[in-house]
Ligand binder design. Sequence first.
Ligand code: FAD
Length: 444
Amino acid sequence: MASEETEHKLEQVIKHKNCAGCGACILFSNGSSKMIPTPHGPVPDLSSGEFTQEALEVCPGIGISYPELYETHYGNLPENLLYGHIQKVRIGHSASEGIRNKSASGGIITATLIYLLQKGYIDGAVCVKQGMPEPLEASSFIARSEEEIKGSMQSVYIPVSTLDRLKDFKPGEKYAMVCLPEQSAALRKLQSLKHPAALQVQYILGPYTGTALYPAAIHAFLRSKRISKKDPVTSLKWREGDWPGHLEIKTRSGKVVTSKKVYYNYLIPFFITHTSLRSMDFVNEFADLSVGDAWSPEYESQGKGFSVFITRTKKMESIISDMNDQHLINAEDVAEEKSIAMHGHMLDFKKRGSYLRNRMRAFFGHPVPDHGYRPIYISFSRKLTEMVISFILLLAGNRFSRAIMTIIPEKMIGPAFNYMRLRWKKISKPAKRKGLDTYQIKRI
Ligand SMILES: Cc1cc2nc3c(=O)[nH]c(=O)nc-3n(C[C@H](O)[C@H](O)[C@H](O)COP(=O)(O)OP(=O)(O)OC[C@H]3O[C@@H](n4cnc5c(N)ncnc54)[C@H](O)[C@@H]3O)c2cc1C
């Protein structure tokens, strides 16, 4: 395929907001393109570089067939089609209080990366850090020391490209990467194509990923906190303080504005990324280690961070088991059903909700990512629930609603949104949970 044709297809991906901003296509641009920032996250610069057809094969915005990739990477389809391939599920945290307190949930990703580096299993780890190059921006980088890994603790909730970083790998070195679900799938696809740098990645560690926000969310938050544009931000932390943490923004004049995680969630319907709405992967099904927050009153009541995490490959299971034996992490096995119950709402949002949302978009003639499968059965009440969700998101996502939202002080809209969110969760629970435990798929 001529490069103009490939570029035209990539242009369509960007135009229809299907670009996940992962950076995989950059590896097939003859070394001359790069990711550039836009209000909708990073996208490839199509004006430079000549893109080859492989750029389309690895593009999550066009679609990566999960059933095909399950077979290529794991050898078969998973038994549990909600959760992917599983060696073990655990709940726990880093044994280091310093890591546990400063990480997003229990510090499992950070502790594991440090272990891999100390043991010499890797030479570096691709991590993501808020504040690079500017306080309101975030970038990926290669961490080569314990200090650098610790410096990138916590979650970054705006889109960041990671796979373009593969072009900075040194020949002969081994790496770990922290990837969001679409990035993990694209990286496995790259590995299946025997891309040399992708084959240098020995371990993928991946957060569960429910929702990410467009960068405009931060500006809206600052306006609702009455922070003047003349008072620039000097630091931003998404999950500072005791678990589950709060958003903390500092400005040059010395102001410190904060919002509890459960309150700043109000930004989600207004600024949720399109990738969050279209991805069918919540639990990072192609990571060797997938990590989320252990949302359950049993753990939340303790205040300190707890992660729920899945090992998906034998080599990662052996590493986590060694770390547990050496008391570098404190973790207990947990039944799959118990851990699934912690995230039933979000599993449904992705596994059935994204499918329905994609179908609706396709119905109106818009291209959508093709994941290569569909749920076999979705009840009528679930379909109706999705219409309500999509209508709310459509209303909230327009400029007018966003502008109104910034007029309302965060201390009012935050708690009000949290109340409505909990009410909605309760009301929609029967429709959202019905049939989830017997979730089955059909290849398409
Ligand atoms: C956008 C996003 C949405 C999420 N949604 C949910 C959810 O709905 N439910 C849930 O249970 N958990 C969710 N998580 C996961 C959760 O926030 C924690 O990341 C996870 O529990 C790991 O915690 P930890 O303490 O082990 O991580 P830490 O030890 O703090 O390490 C976090 C690691 O993740 C890397 N990282 C941070 N942000 C990104 C990013 N954007 N892209 C790639 N790497 C990154 C950092 O470099 C660091 O190495 C989300 C994470 C992200 C980034």
